[in-house]
Write a protein that binds this ligand. Sequence first.
Ligand code: PGA
Length: 251
Amino acid sequence: MRQNIVAGNWKMNNTLEEGVTLANEVNEILKANKPNCKVVLGTPFIHLAEVAKNVDCELVGVAAQNCADKVSGAYTGETSAAMVKSTGAQYVILGHSERRAYYGETNAILKEKTDLVLANELTPIFCIGEVLEEREAGKHFDVVKEQIEEALFHLSAEDFGKVVLAYEPVWAIGTGKTASPEQAQEIHAFIRQTLANKYGAEVANETSILYGGSCKPSNAKELFANPDVDGGLIGGASLKAEDFHGIIAAF
Ligand code: PGA
């Protein structure tokens, strides 16, 4: 069966020292309380190697929050998928709405990034989701379908089987406004059906689809109880080990 996953997305928070401390706290908590799901920490690039070295890789996976859409060369300030791989990280968050909105990441760019992440044997945690106006206009199904089709549907079934999806309604990110469990289940089921139409039921059923957007210890259980919600991508609540563990403990 597909894997349940709780992944933290620290975004641009924590100095190196603070990040290593937080990762060690999470690691210690999980050593004492074996999680019933896969746990991943999405750190800034500069933390990756140190965090990967410090945590027990059986308990905690490590993710970059982005990578370059080029292999290597004269791209000042960029970090390649191969460089991420060399740190010991296993995942890359791709297509987060903040990357799409503030850094102009299009589905075409994300297609390139996905290919490079997979070529380096990393797991993409690929984010999709609509903005408020699209939800209010009833276009959210079309929006997520297009994001998936344009960035991911060139993949073979075998490669698609290596992708983790994260549905994150942009209106719920960092706003304290969570999608209701019914809203989450409705669109997660739609996403899974979209995958089934392209790759067949088996691939669709094996794909983990995470929910993200103001997920916290108080609402994680009811969100994760949905049959098509396989965990969460957690921003704000991943910055405190206790809160993050409260979400992990929902499984
Ligand atoms: P949030 O962020 O949990 O702070 O809403 C989620 C995300 O952006 O991944």
